[in-house]
Design a protein around this ligand. Structure first.
Ligand SMILES: *Cc1c(COP(=O)(O)O)cnc(C)c1O
Length: 408
């Protein structure tokens, strides 16, 4: 079957691989919170590349930094020093109040890197039996798509038929500090646990916010057992949740953070593991790397992202606009739950109205782009440069779609 998309596109069907099921929209231009398709129709972007576009499309300061670097030096490989990477590492360490920065490209690579570092720390510092290092993860997690990362997913769509899987991971229910404590004390392998890896708010799972006090308790438990706390802030970090790091909101510091998505300014993939020098410092030359990680173009854009976040303006916008949007979403009939953190919401659609996919298709038809997750949830993560008036357009359109689905 070939689907002819708006603009007469059928090439995607001819040579593409169907690992996505995109909404029937063909985009060709973006500016701030808005994108337009090949026919010139405008859409409000309420997804913002799952937070990769926190600063909107083509933010002038980020585009300028990229242009300037394109005219200077783009790639060297890490066989040599380049003059942009140390400044980026300083800027990101200062922004996140961390000691060391390991640059990579994609989010999944940052998570893979954190896993390797945590294991090596377990063997070299904690003296754990070779091959025995155990990492605890949360139910409902999403940390990327590589084979090791899907090894500890509990989503059958992400996992099935991709085994054999990487051993060394155990899952505990998300948001349940008692279950984590039991895994750190009661289990036969408790002493071999090197790290707890979790998202401070679970994005892909549907914007799941853990109970108050959960992250603090996890921090206390991991500290007491000499276990690293690794927070995956690839989606929750860099302003989205209303703070530079989502854990700032709980007054918690992790030992390692994975960052990505918005770190590339919506221009190119940039990720990093940031955190304690004594932990990241276990890596020795040749043990880990990436051809593109820390390249001068990525570093220039990453530094420009740090400069934007250094003003605090985007974190404040996420808090203020998020409070406004949350209040308005909670007043919409047709939603059975609205969960949120900063400018980031999971809205569960009353199943009598249709699926979240039905809602997203209808939203797109009416000029608002959002994405469903897990059948019932519409995920909203508009760019942090959006205005209240634009949020009003989003809410009005969402309300109309829910109302019209309800009257069918
Ligand atoms: C998106 C995401 C990843 C994976 O990032 P990629 O760049 O797609 O590899 C990992 N963890 C979290 C929490 C994410 O949201």
């Amino acid at each position: 079957m070939t689907t002819t998309l708006p603009g007469g596109f059928d090439l995607a069907e001819r040579h593409g691989v169907r690992n996505y099921a995109p909404l029937p929209v063909v985009l060709s231009h973006g500016d701030g919170a808005w994108v337009s398709d090949v026919d010139g129709k405008r859409y409000l972007d309420a997804l913002a590349g799952y937070s990769a576009l926190n600063f909107g499309h083509r933010h002038p300061a980020l585009v300028e930094a990229a242009h300037r670097q394109l005219d200077t030096l783009t790639l060297t490989a890490r066989a040599f020093h380049n003059d942009r990477l140390p400044a980026f590492q300083r800027d990101l360490a200062e922004l996140t109040a961390t000691e060391a920065v390991l640059p990579m490209n994609t989010g999944a690579e940052a998570v893979e890197s954190a896993i390797k570092v945590a294991r090596a720390w377990g063997y070299r510092v904690r003296g754990i039996r070779p091959g025995a290092a155990r990492i605890l993860v949360a139910g409902g997690n999403f940390h990327g798509r590589t084979t090791t990362v899907v090894s500890f997913s509990d989503d059958p769509v992400a996992r099935d038929d991709f085994g054999p899987f990487t051993p060394g991971f155990d899952r505990v229910p998300y948001g349940d500090a008692a279950a984590l404590e039991a895994a750190l004390t009661g289990s036969a392998r408790a002493d071999e646990t090197v790290a707890v890896l979790l998202e401070p708010v679970q994005g892909e799972a549907g914007v799941i916010v853990p109970p108050d006090g959960y992250l603090r308790t996890v921090r206390q438990l991991t500290a007491r057992h000499d276990v690293l706390l690794i927070c995956d802030e690839i989606q929750s970090g860099l302003g989205r949740a209303g703070a530079t790091l989502c854990t700032d909101l709980a007054g918690v510091r992790a030992d390692l953070y994975t960052l990505g998505k918005a770190l590339g300014g919506g221009i190119l993939p940039v990720s990093a593991v940031v955190g304690r020098r004594d932990v990241l410092g276990v890596l020795r030359p040749g043990e880990h790397g990436s051809t593109f990680g820390g390249n001068p173009l990525a570093a220039a854009v990453g530094s420009a992202v740090c400069a934007l976040l250094g003003t605090g303006q985007y974190q404040a916008a996420a808090r203020d606009l998020g409070a406004y949007l949350g209040e308005r979403l909670r007043a919409l009939p047709g939603l059975t739950a609205v969960r949120g953190a900063g400018l980031w919401f999971g809205c569960d659609v009353d199943p009598r109205l249709g699926t979240a996919r039905d809602v997203c298709v209808e939203l797109a038809r009416r000029g608002v782009l959002a994405k469903e997750t897990h059948g019932v949830t519409v995920r909203l993560s508009p760019p942090l440069v959006i205005t209240r008036e634009e949020l009003d357009v989003l809410v009005a359109t969402f309300g109309e779609v829910l109302r019209d689905l309800g009257t069918h």
